[in-house]
Ligand binder design. Structure first.
Ligand code: ASP
Length: 453
């Protein structure tokens, strides 16, 4: 059994968190491969080491002194090393880094990557594991694309080199970065430590990828909107894509791609409450004999704009929709939804994508398509109800829209994904939270849990 365990920034924020990580690792010998983020926030208004390192780079580019900033970053690492009585020469190594930074030859990506690098060095010693540098493993093409084939080869080589006969190799690797063939450090996206863990899981054909964070999994609804929200126990990759796209963020979206085809499940676990079961993400979420929830979650996003175009007999005018869409393409605006009727259609986009070109688009539609009417719906919020068990089951959307109707929430647009696992309702932005609450509550049983099919 091979488990990849990845710990996010808050899980490695200070010595206290390091102790929790060690207890988790010691509790299961299958936890042989550890990936860490850079130390994150220790308390609410604290800063993440990664953000501070980006700030160092910004200071350098404006020729502003960053001595204090570097001191406070160094302090984060010194205190962990001192409190855990580690031998790693943290002071010496950090001062060498400071000299490199001040020498002016470091790239932004190199500077920022040192957050995970030092965190992993300390963690490796504390756990008694071998440190493996991500620059020797995670490979990028020159254009910045990940090179999975070379990554797999390099990992194999590095693990063989580091192995000691008769001993089980246990490894800590920093997340978030890798290197090109010529040794240039490259970063993944922000939050990309999740992707590093996933890459390792894929290359090692792991049985499971555990992603340890500071929440006990994905909530079925935002607990800031519904404080009694329950944690989703099992979810499919597809459902997760829908939920994450619309707002739920626990795991980096791209973390599922490397392992999805290999069928490796991801488990989201809470470093501060390891006894909680967490959320299991896999291709097929059903389990023999276990009840299945009607819906998996409700989420949503504000800040959409809808452009409604009305023209009599539109649906019989060949090419009408294509011509509308071409105008959006002309302005490089991506489209979220296109609900259509007989004499009207609406195009829904994210506000940030369209705000600068909205009136040019409206003008072009008027000039080229001569609609009877055109209306811009601003402040549109979309609420998505997601669930694998909604597909081919009559009555669910009736129940959902019935609940919104009874609560007097006006629905301005409806869309459903072609695989029937999501139902999207457009509502006014000021009714967003109420709509989410109403829908979630509509699917609860008398015990306050999501009803089962
Ligand atoms: N440290 C990086 C960030 O803050 C990557 C990660 O935490 O996954 O974005």
């Amino acid at each position: 059994m091979i488990k990849i365990t990845k710990f996010g920034g808050s899980s490695v924020a200070d010595a206290e968190q390091f102790r929790k990580v060690k207890a988790i690792i010691d509790a299961d010998p299958a936890r042989q491969f550890v990936v860490v983020s850079a130390s994150g926030r220790r308390f609410k208004r604290d800063s993440k080491v990664t953000d501070l390192l980006y700030l160092v780079d910004a200071h350098l580019s404006y020729h502003v002194s960053c001595d204090d900033l570097l001191d406070s970053i160094g302090e984060r690492f010194y205190s962990i090393a001192a409190e855990l009585k580690l031998n790693y020469p943290m002071g010496e190594k950090f001062q060498a880094f400071v000299r490199e930074v001040k020498g002016g030859s470091c790239t932004q990506e190199y500077i920022v990557s040192r957050g995970e690098y030092f965190t992993a060095q300390l963690m490796a010693e504390y756990l008694g594991f071998t440190f493996v540098d991500a620059a020797d493993v995670v490979a990028f093409h020159q254009d910045g694309e990940l090179d999975m084939d070379r990554t797999a080869q390099q990992l194999k080589r590095v693990l063989t080199e580091k192995s000691v006969p008769g001993e089980k190799l246990r490894v800590v690797m920093p997340g978030f970065y890798g290197a090109t063939r010529d040794g240039r450090i490259k970063l993944l996206d922000r939050g990309g430590g999740d992707i590093s863990g996933s890459i390792l899981a894929k290359c090692l054909s792991a049985d499971v990828y555990e992603n340890w964070t500071d929440v006990s999994g994905f909530y079925a609804v935002d607990p800031r909107i519904v404080p009694t929200a329950e944690v989703i126990r099992r979810i499919t990759y597809t459902e997760l894509r829908e939920l994450s796209y619309m707002g739920a963020s626990v795991l980096h979206e791209d973390a599922i791609f490397p392992i999805r085809d290999a069928g490796i499940p991801i488990v989201i676990k809470n470093t501060n409450r390891p006894e909680d079961p967490g959320t299991v993400i896999s291709e097929v979420a059903e389990r023999e004999g276990e009840p299945e929830p009607i819906i998996t979650g409700v989420t949503g996003k504000r800040d959409f704009v809808g452009i409604r175009v009305v023209k009599n007999h539109m649906s019989t005018e060949v090419g009408f929709l294509r011509r509308v869409l071409t105008i959006f393409e002309r302005y490089h605006v991506s489209i979220e939804h296109i609900p259509t009727g007989i004499d009207s259609c609406a195009v829904v986009c994210q506000k940030q994508d369209i705000k600068d070109v909205l009136y040019s688009i409206v003008a072009d539609i008027k000039n080229e398509l001569h609609p009877d009417n055109i209306e811009v719906i601003e402040d549109l919020a979309l609420v998505a109800t997601v669930g694998r068990n909604m597909a081919s089951r009559p009555g669910i959307s009736g129940h959902l829209f019935g609940a919104l109707g009874a609560a007097h929430v006006n629905i301005r647009m409806i869309a459903q994904g072609s695989d029937e696992i999501n139902i999207i309702a457009g509502v006014r932005a000021d009714e967003f939270e109420r709509a989410i609450k109403v829908i979630y509550q509509a699917f609860l049983n008398s015990d306050g849990h999501i009803d089962c099919v």
